[in-house]
Design a protein around this ligand. Structure first.
Ligand code: G3I
Length: 474
């Protein structure tokens, strides 16, 4: 039947050719089947009782991979709680981690890194002994150091480490203001926040209008959510802010209270809030922006009718409510020596002479690119010499838009110098940026034509400023 057998032979030949092609494709593209040639470096970067942060690097020495899943077994019942740069499925001891949308591709010779925060039982935190990538076993990374006998060891000075790992090694907190809406709605934001920062400050939700919306009624729900996040991720919380002229509830701003009633409200306000967070907030901005640029007392604050004495009252009530929290004054445009920082220098001395329990001075450090104040170290040091801790509390460096590489480099230099100042002044205990991504920054809302003031771009990619801060912390 030559008429029928010819197509049949052709079909067979076609099938064989297709099968050969499929096999070749599978061998060239392990993602479609099995991977080959991988090593995994599983590194516990930071560990504290009950929790740890791990960084995992997967290197591909085989053919290019597009789409990957790394599987392993935890040896001691560890559980992943939150991961970044990857999606996690952790059930019992089995962990299965897959690429995020932006890191699916690992070329030959390339690698990807992801990280996570996990829990452990405080007896042993051994590392997994083998890994499979897309079903194939990888070679081990560096030798498994085995269980760590020290439940709270020194941080691992990982050269490709995070801001928080570097800052911890230098003995300071590295913090950021946190946008509440981003915390609620953006998983990539949460991942970077947990990975990079050891301290968080509520950008808005611990201010008087949020916490004390009507007289005697307090709403701690969003502040508590931030504290929960921080505790889950081994982070400290800076409290911001108890008394301020801005973001006050209208019942307070327009209350027309008598002095004695206002003093009673002040004590209740501070006592309720600080008591609620007792033991959970390591540092409070008790009084924010109390002076004008010329050094006089700012009169638009609802508390100002009590005179300068309201500042002392706020600190005293805060100390009583939480004797262990560090209590700070905080302001902007006082980073270098000038009339305003001179006035604070005098104010602090007056308060200390009255035995007001003030522990620290916060320098917000909202800068314009290229205008780093060269007297900053000398200025912080003079406050430290009064016996205070000092902190950089709201650092950002705004740029005239559009950005270019030269402006970004200038910005990076400014950030670097402010970190170096904090490291050079031994009483400087924390460095907080006012937001870490240009996706969420107050600058464009307030300064027309300016922006790009933070360490990462809107896609959370590090800018030169991030690398400058990382290097300064080395
Ligand atoms: O909550 C309302 C929301 O209901 C409304 O829909 C929206 C419409 O614009 O406004 C929301 O309130 C805004 C609030 O941020 C929360 O997003 C206010 O309008 C806005 O003015 C407020 O800005 C904050 C600003 O303080 C207020 O003074 C910024 O986010 C915050 O970054 C900024 O932070 C201050 C520090 O506390 C003190 N030092 C200076 C620093 C920068 O100004």
């Amino acid at each position: 039947m030559p008429v029928r057998s010819l197509p049949c032979r052709r079909l067979l030949a076609t099938c064989v050719a297709l099968l050969t092609l499929l096999m070749a494709t599978l061998m060239a593209n392990p993602a479609a089947g099995q991977s080959a040639g991988c090593t995994v470096d599983f590194n516990v970067q930071h560990q504290w009782p009950g929790g740890f942060t791990a960084s995992v690097t997967v290197s591909n020495s085989g053919p290019s991979i597009n789409g990957w899943t790394l599987d392993w077994q935890f040896p001691n019942g560890q559980q992943i709680q939150q991961a970044w740069n990857a999606d996690v499925d952790n059930s019992g001891p089995s962990a299965s981690v897959s690429n995020a949308s932006w890191n699916a591709n690992i070329p030959n010779g390339g690698s990807v890194n992801f990280g996570f925060n996990g829990s452990w039982d405080n007896n042993s935190n051994g590392t997994p002994s083998s890994f499979t990538l897309n079903g194939s076993t990888c070679d081990g990374g560096p030798p498994d150091p085995g269980p760590d006998p020290d439940p709270d060891p020194d941080p691992d000075p990982d050269p490709s480490g995070t801001l928080r790992a570097k800052a911890e090694a230098r003995g300071i907190e590295i913090g950021t203001a946190v946008s509440d809406s981003a915390l609620q709605n953006e998983s990539d934001y949460r991942q970077v926040l947990a990975r990079e920062f050891s301290s968080v400050t509520a950008e808005n939700v611990m201010k008087p209008d949020t916490l004390h919306p009507s007289r005697g009624n307090f709403n701690f729900s969003r502040g508590d959510a931030l504290v929960d996040f921080a505790q889950q991720n081994g982070q400290e919380v800076r409290g911001h802010t108890l008394v301020w002229h801005s973001q006050n509830p209208s019942w307070l701003q327009n209350g027309n209270f008598s002095d004695s009633e206002l003093l009673q409200i002040l004590r209740e306000h501070v006592t309720e809030i600080v008591s609620h967070y007792r033991g959970e907030i390591y540092e409070w901005d008790v009084a924010n922006e109390v002076l004008n640029d010329n050094g006089t007392l700012r009169s638009e604050s609802p508390w100002a009718q009590l005179g300068e004495q309201y500042i002392a009252e706020a600190f005293r009530a805060a100390r009583q409510a939480d004797p262990n929290a560090k209590l700070f004054l905080n302001d902007y445009s006082i980073d270098g020596t000038n009339a305003k920082s001179d006035a604070y220098y005098q104010l602090v001395q007056r308060l200390l002479n009255q035995r007001v329990p003030i522990d620290g001075m916060g320098f917000q450090t909202h800068l314009i690119a290229g205008q780093y104040p060269s007297s900053m170290q000398q200025n912080l040091q003079r406050f430290a010499n009064l016996g205070l801790d000092v902190a950089i509390t709201e650092a950002d460096v705004r740029i005239n838009l559009p950005t270019d590489s030269s402006k970004l480099q200038t910005q990076a230099n400014d950030f670097r110098q402010t970190v170096e100042v904090c490291l050079a002044v031994s009483r400087c205990t924390s460095y907080t940026a006012w937001g870490f991504t240009d996706r969420h920054s107050w600058i464009p809302d307030v300064f027309d034509g300016q922006g790009a003031a933070t360490l990462m771009d809107t896609n959370l990619n590090p800018k030169p400023a991030y690398n400058a801060v990382l290097q300064a912390l080395q």
